[in-house]
Design a protein around this ligand. Structure first.
Ligand code: G4P
Length: 529
């Protein structure tokens, strides 16, 4: 393939993820996006939701759920003249570390907000993460078929709480039972909503122009007048869309609609595919790598087990940063210094796992992993590069893990270290005793670990409570001071799965005091892979 064809392929790519608070409608909008991308034939096939709540500790159930969400981990589909990669972020709050790392692999985000609720907790946290790289954000105000909050107030809340300017692209006409549709500010047209058509791509009625009397007739005089008045206010009080501010992550275009009713999702997709950036550069320890570099490079941001229950393999998800992947090509696995020939990477076209013959910067490919690949690993065509910015987060929950059968200590340790390399959990070995402490960001991780230890390592383990409330990775430039620190507080020191020194604190107060006492030691809440 010629260089200019490769460049064209790359320029077509748009790689994004959805950020939202649980229940805001991420799953529903994903489904509708796939419907528009013709990756599925009718809505209702992405995830069997059944009666809603599932037993959270039931691993089989979870596996089932994961099994389904796994095939939708990355979804590639064409839309307009772009090729879209939508990366799923785990829905459950508990897997937040994975979510954070997934956000390092995208170039833009769709923020979905429940318009009846406004900005919620988890959205706030995820926005903080996108801020680390100034990721451009497109906003969808969802659930307009319900009674929502005043739209002006919603924009105001986004601006003040998330510190990003809002540029409404569409504006709602009524909500709940009175939801009539939206006025598209850029197209100067009103698109009318019909309820009950959410599972299909609808034929919509469009009315050109704001002063068109057809509008009054279609939505009722009162609502048409209200719309005109609101728009005057909106134009005065909010921002106009600005591509540069959007790309800098300082301004977000805002769309209104209902994912359930499949209304407005296409407006959002039109905007996203037009404005969102093509594959962006990434930083390595050595230099910045741009998508246009002719040599292939990529980094692993996620490892997932049991994608296919018949093959007990693990898939390492790699974001291609530059160049092109072709089947059978040789790649250098930089951390272990080995060159490997990759002939069976998977791509995710149209929601199906398929063997990738080629893929380009911006795409995600899945590598079969038999334990050699770790999160954060870099692959190149020979160059010594190490991508940065793929963090581990200090866990917030801790338990001591113990064997039912004490003879299996070795397998337990091996299992835990491998699971920690995958990012499923973190493990700490205190310097002063033989305990094994498992640390997690979310409580569900504990259950997953015990179930996987049993299934994959044939180890029966159980948890006990442990007096640890927080952990920090510690570093010191001055070897002598670090040494002294290690001697004085050894009772609170441990090695993590990668043998990095960690301070495990029984209380926050203890951590604060220790930090004050040892000003030359750095205490870090994140660790780079
Ligand atoms: P999540 O992935 O962000 O957690 O949200 P999800 O899409 O699962 O949606 C959460 C709930 O909100 C679901 O209802 C879903 O049907 C509903 N929902 C999503 N979009 C809209 C919308 O535009 N309008 C309305 N009225 N509801 C919406 P549920 O009762 O939890 O699930 P289900 O049993 O109805 O499927």
């Amino acid at each position: 393939m010629s260089n200019s064809t490769i460049a064209q392929e790359i320029a077509k790519r748009r790689t994004f993820a959805i950020i939202s608070h649980p229940d805001a409608g991420k799953t529903t909008i994903t489904e509708k996006v796939l419907l528009h991308g013709q990756a599925i034939q009718s809505a209702g096939t992405v995830k069997g939701r059944g009666s809603g709540q599932h037993a959270k500790s039931d691993w089989m159930e979870m596996e089932k759920e994961r099994g389904i969400s796994v095939t939708t981990s990355v979804m590639q589909f064409p839309y307009n003249d772009r090729l879209v990669n939508l990366l799923d972020t785990p829905g459950h709050e508990d897997f937040s570390e994975d979510t954070y790392r997934t956000l390092t692999a995208v170039d833009s985000c769709l923020m979905v907000i429940d318009a009846a609720k406004g900005v919620e907790d988890r959205t706030r946290k995820l926005m903080e993460v996108t801020r680390l790289r100034d990721t451009p954000i497109v906003t969808f105000m969802n659930k307009l078929d319900r009674d929502i909050r005043d739209p002006m107030e919603l924009l105001d809340e986004v601006e003040t709480e998330l510190n990003i300017m809002c540029a409404p692209v569409s504006w709602p006409i009524g909500s709940g039972k009175l939801f009539k549709g939206v006025y598209h500010l850029h197209r100067d047209e009103t698109i009318l909503y019909q309820s009950g058509k959410g599972h299909t791509i609808q034929e919509v009625r469009i009315i050109k122009g704001l002063d068109n009397p057809e509008l009054d007739e279609a939505v009722g005089d009162g609502l048409a007048e209200q719309l005109r008045e609101e728009l005057e206010l909106v134009m005065g009080a909010s921002h106009e869309f600005d591509q540069e501010l959007f790309l800098a992550g300082e301004l977000t275009p805002v769309f209104f609609g209902t994912a359930l009713g499949n209304f407005g999702v296409d407006h959002m997709l039109d905007g996203l595919t037009e404005w969102a950036p093509a594959p962006q550069p990434r930083q390595t320890q050595e230099r910045e790598v741009t998508a246009a570099d002719d040599k292939f490079s990529g980094f692993v941001f996620k490892i997932q087990a049991n994608m296919d229950p018949r093959h007990r393999d693990r898939i390492a998800f790699m974001r291609i940063v530059s160049g092109q992947y072709t089947q059978g090509m040789k790649m250098k696995h930089v951390r272990i210094g080995k060159t490997v020939s990759i002939s069976d990477a998977v791509t995710f076209m149209a929601g199906d796992r398929e063997r990738a013959e080629e893929a380009f910067a911006g795409d995600i490919i899945g590598l079969h992993n038999h334990g050699t690949i770790q999160i954060g690993d870099t692959f190149t065509q020979g160059e010594e590069l190490k991508f940065t910015g793929i963090p581990n987060f200090a866990p917030e929950l801790f338990r001591r893990i113990r064997l039912r059968d004490p003879l299996k200590q070795k397998q337990l340790l091996k299992g835990l270290v491998q699971l920690s390399e995958e990012g499923a959990v973190q493990v700490f070995r205190p310097l002063d005793n033989n305990d094994l402490i498992v640390g997690a960001v979310g409580v569900l991780q504990f259950d997953v670990v015990v179930a996987r230890l049993k299934a994959e390592y044939n180890v029966d383990a159980l948890y006990e409570s442990v007096n640890v409330s927080t952990a920090r990775w510690v570093y010191g430039k001055d070897a002598k001071k670090l040494d002294e620190f290690q001697r004085k507080v050894s009772a609170n020191l441990a090695l993590d799965g990668g043998d990095n020194l960690t301070y495990i604190a029984p209380t926050m107060v203890n951590l604060n005091l220790t930090q004050e006492r040892y000003p030359d030691i750095q205490f870090s809440k994140t660790r780079e892979h």
